[in-house]
Ligand binder design. Structure first.
Ligand SMILES: Nc1ncnc2c1ncn2[C@@H]1O[C@H](COP(=O)(O)OP(=O)(O)OP(=O)(O)O)[C@@H](O)[C@H]1O
Ligand SMILES: Nc1ncnc2c1ncn2[C@@H]1O[C@H](COP(=O)(O)OP(=O)(O)OP(=O)(O)O)[C@@H](O)[C@H]1O
Lengths: 230, 230
């Protein structure tokens, strides 16, 4: 299992470290703050209270042996850049660095670092998809002209099958999955609705108006489909 | 066109405001910082230097008439919560609020606000997909067991068609699109490669080892497919 060093355990770094640990990675979490280190030490493989800009200290805990490293420090630009420079000197194979502005990004690129994450910028763009989507559950941009959307089954489709509807040739869109709300009887005889998802939809399944269709296509074809469905 | 008020133009808020403006929304951008307001005024419909917790000032610029509002203030929790409370009082139809920790999230929910965005937490989770994916271009979680991935066409598939390969029945995955690198001749006679994408792939098209397949399926079926392709 690959080992990953996560440097800086603020809101972002802490989430990265714990999620990677959950995914089975061998995580080494580093921070100057003792409280955070004690909080995270039972969740990751190793939690070290250390200044990530201190080369002697970093080498003494063998950070140069990790497969990947991510500098998750945010507003402390100086620490972020110094720590990144140190990782480059240590020849770590894959280095990810968080940047909080364009200047920092440029400096990192000039250091030869290309895996740069600007979380405010990326989430700023992503959230506009959610804000602009109406009656649409989830909306992801596959590329700047293609998207993946979750939409409620239009009333006119209820009871029909995907085979009948033939959406691919009519609207040039692809049905990637169907989320159904299927009733299940619990031990006490209650009926509870459980959300199930299939990603290889059955073309003979009669759609219910409670279902969600997961569709992909160009933005213009998806918009056409959305307006026709009403 | 829907009008959206964006409150707080830090790194995140500024990106939200400008991206929404690009998408054709009628954006009203608000911040106490005059420099940011002068910087953004030619990009959005309206840029107002204002304290978003000041009810009298907010009503005087008719914020109560917008269709949607997003509080993009980050570390200033007090301003964020007071501004959110004001938007609720003004009965704005759709309110999105950024939260930087769980306590703030709980307070917002108790105020009846459900569209809560924790950017550090969401990006922290998302980035782990990029870090853990190898030889995989793009990786999105459709649900906690299903994903969408971009993968390089395995060598064993080159020259074969999707029809021959019959991936849907063999691996229970769905091919949602193909990205091809197609050569185009420029005006000066050079050959340049242009990335093209189709989301309704031609089943008779012979795959090239330069292409990328965009696939969806359960995580376990996708992993099986990935290991077989090698
Ligand atoms: N030189 C350093 N060595 C180790 N850890 C550091 C160093 N500098 C900062 N940190 C740690 O990085 C974490 C994030 O710090 P910082 O204040 O820069 O980011 P932030 O912008 O608040 O982060 P987030 O937005 O993720 O909450 C803190 O826990 C801090 O203790
Ligand atoms: N009461 C307020 N009214 C209007 N604008 C405000 C108010 N309080 C803060 N802001 C503005 O919100 C913006 C973001 O502020 P803040 O410092 O809280 O966030 P941040 O965590 O640095 O944001 P980001 O991570 O997006 O850069 C700033 O431009 C600030 O001027």
């Amino acid at each position: 299992m690959k080992s990953i060093a996560v440097i800086g355990l603020g809101q972002f770094g802490y989430q990265v470290a714990t999620t990677l640990a959950q995914k089975g990675f061998d995580v080494v979490a580093l921070d100057t703050n003792m409280e955070i280190i004690s909080e995270i030490k039972d969740i990751v493989s190793q939690a070290v209270m250390i200044d990530a800009t201190d080369e002697k200290a970093m080498r003494s805990v063998n950070i140069d042996n990790v497969d990947k490293a991510i500098v998750a420090i945010g507003s402390n630009l100086q620490s972020s850049l110094l720590s990144a420079a140190l990782l480059v000197r240590m020849n770590i194979e894959e280095i990810y660095v968080r940047a909080i502005n364009a200047l920092q990004e440029n400096i990192l690129r000039s250091m030869g670092i290309n895996n740069i994450i600007n979380i405010e910028k990326e989430m700023g763009i992503q959230i506009t998809n959610t804000i602009s989507a109406e009656g649409i559950g989830r909306y992801i941009e596959i590329s700047d002209q293609h998207s993946l959307m979750e939409i409620k089954v239009p009333k006119s489709f209820a009871g029909k099958t995907l085979k009948d509807l033939d959406l691919r040739s009519k609207y040039k869109i692809n049905i990637v999955g169907i989320k159904t709300n299927s009733p299940e009887v619990t031990d006490d005889g209650d009926i509870k609705y459980k959300l199930k998802m299939t990603v290889v939809p059955d073309p003979e399944y009669p759609l219910s108006s409670n279902d969600m269709l997961i569709v992909t296509g160009t933005d213009s074809n998806l918009n056409l489909f959305l307006s026709h469905g009403k």
